[in-house]
Design a protein around this ligand. Structure first.
Ligand code: SAH
Ligand code: SF4
Ligand code: F3S
Length: 463
């Protein structure tokens, strides 16, 4: 001990008092990943995560702007938080409120204007500046941090320690690419996440290795257009296919996935990876949005329905076991009954294992918002109902087709009943199994015995 520490006041030697942060996540998987990274960035300043806003010193809303409803949720949550902040202030407890994510990026000024209780607005490109921004809030400023940062945020965002990674589970997300240059005419993402940026390979591999050394068995690579990832891979090749090949060499990493892909970026090497890499799960989320060429053109998707079908056929030739998932929008401006019929027939010809479908939501600032021929709400609702019934039927059929199959199951968490565990199938289904002498993170052989619409049941197979 030096004289200096002996002379230091007691308070300087005591550990920093624990502060609590409550993060509420809306939207896509990238927001889930970002929320964890923000929590990790705050850990250095003595913040621990809480799942209760009531005892939080800081509440962060990580928001989504994709549809009107998603964005509206933020303002109603802020109304409730304003009341909580006021009540706590009356009891002498301070609570800061921060808004992050895509609504923060798109409507930062408006949030500060409409919600005076908000102390901080921070966009997705600047999360590494969060600790500094909070210091400014501490000095009494209201902070708006929505510039596109010039520095690489990922370089500056700290990684979690092993214990924290393990506590988050045996599956993990890893963002490899962010932003989008596609400008589909309905979509806000190019405006909220900025233009496409790929993380360098070495940074991705290092993060993946760290996750695996903490016990992660399955990694899902994330990007708004993950298959647009561009970079040179030192073990050979370029692009996402080569990156997957490199990651599959990490010992202990059993499974790889990636999402979300754009049909125009499914290149040969990525398709080949589905044939050659056992670690790459036979599951692909490949949104098509519509089955009508007219609408696809108006959406600026830059491919036809026939091209999509042909692409799926090629991928299925490489990986016959592939389960396909998709996104659909009904009621894009100008969509007629005949266009909608084309969507239904595309769905019938593909056969989806899972899908997400939405009513078109007009987003300010996107080209779609200015189009005439907006489709009436009741027509959208009817079409959505019809489409969802078909997609649900396909999902059931896919789940039922799994009955009798023997598969590898990655055990993820305890089930509801004693002795029961919940695992994940190669096709992302939740599977309930009774198993003894196994641990979370193990991959076991099971036979599927029954199927519900959302989960499967299985028995252990003794090899
Ligand atoms: N990058 C992905 C999609 C990201 S957004 C892709 O290109 O496929 C996720 C999904 O939200 C989209 O696939 C689309 O189906 C839906 N979506 C996006 N904007 C929408 C809007 N304005 N109205 C309704 N759904 C929308
Ligand atoms: Fe949005 Fe289209 Fe980009 Fe997907 S590809 S994020 S739908 S603009
Ligand atoms: Fe929503 Fe932003 Fe993700 S708008 S879907 S949170 S990229």
């Amino acid at each position: 001990m030096t004289d200096q520490t002996l002379l230091a006041p007691a308070s300087a030697l005591a550990p920093a008092p624990t502060k609590k942060v409550f993060v509420k996540t809306y939207g896509c998987q990238m927001n889930v990943y970002d929320s964890d990274r923000m929590t990790d960035a705050l850990a250095k300043d003595g913040y621990v995560a809480t799942d209760n806003a009531e005892d939080a010193d800081l509440v962060l809303l990580n928001t989504c702007h994709i549809r009107e409803k998603a964005a509206e949720k933020v303002y109603s949550a802020l109304g409730r938080l304003r009341d909580l902040k006021k009540r706590k202030a009356g009891e002498g407890r301070e609570m800061m409120i921060g808004v992050a994510g895509c609504v923060a990026q798109a409507e930062g000024d408006e949030i500060l204007r409409r919600a005076p209780a908000v102390d901080l607005v921070i966009g997705p490109q600047t999360y590494h500046r969060l600790p500094e921004a909070l210091k400014r809030v501490g000095r009494g400023e209201r902070v708006l941090e929505t510039d596109y940062a010039i520095e690489d945020k990922f370089e500056h965002l700290p990684a979690p320690d092993k214990a924290k990674t393990r506590a988050r589970g045996v599956t993990a997300f890893l963002t490899v690419q962010e932003g989008c240059d596609k400008f589909c005419t309905f979509c806000v993402v190019p405006y909220t996440r900025g233009s496409e940026v790929s993380r360098p390979m070495a940074q991705i591999v290092a993060e993946a290795e760290k996750l695996v050394s903490a016990g992660v068995r399955e990694i899902t690579l994330l990007g708004q257009n993950v298959n647009a990832w561009h970079g040179t891979v030192t073990t050979g090749g370029e692009g996402l296919g080569a990156l997957l090949q490199r990651l599959s060499q990490i010992e202990g990493l059993a499974r790889l996935r990636y999402t979300t892909s754009h049909p125009r970026d499914m290149d040969d090497s990525l398709i080949e990876a589905h044939r050659t890499l056992p670690a790459l799960m036979p599951y692909l989320h490949l949104p098509v949005q519509s089955g009508s060429d007219r609408i696809l053109k108006a959406m600026n998707r830059r491919h036809t329905a026939a091209e999509y079908v042909a692409l799926v056929e090629r991928i299925r030739r490489a990986q016959p076991d592939l389960a396909l998932s998709g996104d659909f929008i009904v009621g894009f401006p100008g969509e007629t009954d005949a266009d909608f019929e084309d969507t239904l027939s595309l769905v019938r010809s593909i056969g989806y294992a899972q899908a997400f479908s939405f009513k078109y939501s007009t987003r300010p600032g996107t080209p779609g918002a200015d189009l005439k021929d907006q489709v009436p709400e009741d027509v959208k609702a009817k079409r959505l109902e019809t489409l969802q019934a078909l997609l649900l039927e396909q999902q059931r059929a896919f789940n039922e087709s799994c009955i009798g199959r023997t598969i590898d199951l990655l055990l993820e968490k305890p089930g509801r009943m004693p002795g029961q565990l919940i695992g994940r199938s190669p096709w992302l289904q939740s599977v309930n199994v009774d198993a003894k002498g196994v641990e979370i993170g193990d991959i076991i052989r099971v036979r599927i015995t029954a199927a519900g619409p959302n989960s499967l049941f299985a028995d252990v197979v003794d090899d």
